[in-house]
Design a protein around this ligand. Sequence first.
Ligand code: AP5
Length: 200
Amino acid sequence: MISGAPASGKGTQCELITDKYGLVHIAAGDLLRAEVAAGTENGIKAQEYMNKGQLVPNEIVVSMVKRRLEEQDAQEKGWLLDGYPRSVSQADALEALNIRPHVFILLQVPEDILVERVVGRRLDPVTGKIYHLTYAPPETPEIEARLTQRSDDTEERVKLRLKTHRQNVEDVLSIYSDVIVPVSFGSITSSLFAEKSRFV
Ligand code: AP5
């Protein structure tokens, strides 16, 4: 599992870790955004909460993540769960299925840096790759031209997301205290790609 505040670098590190270990990356936020994009009933409901930076209700999230964990690729290759669980009830739902991580990576980054990362983040809709206009700029003008920005990546909304994170994080950490590996800002530098071999 990997956890951390909004824009702490979970998705970025997941790309590197799954490349190295061949795991299946399962991100609760990505699953929710796929529902939103498909315009499903769950997606329409989830969008309301995501816009406010709040947790999407368990009745949507819990079964969605459970289904994804049970798919064949995750069962065969192992998984890296990103942004889940975010509450005691979500962790309890996993415990009830006897699902526990071997390692719980906790990314720790100061809040002023998080805001800067959110505002500069861009996504490539073709490859799914995460960029930052300053820290991880696109490789070519062609890629730059097609980059998109998430609707919740504004300074105003990230402050709401940070508040929700602060309210829930300690409870979740207490459940996985025996397997937590903290990674602090400074141990991962801005040169994301140079870090590839050093991380983990
Ligand atoms: P989610 O999509 O999980 O968003 P989040 O937790 O806010 O995290 P982000 O995706 O914003 O950031 P990240 O940590 O992956 O950072 P990234 O690598 O992109 O959730 C969205 C919403 O869905 C939630 O608000 C909630 O409503 C709902 N939701 C999700 N999970 C839920 C759950 N379990 N239950 C209920 N609701 C749920 O990096 C950010 C930027 O920084 C990038 O531009 C990157 O290039 C740059 N960067 C990364 N690392 C570095 C570095 N070392 N140095 C410099 N720049 C860096």
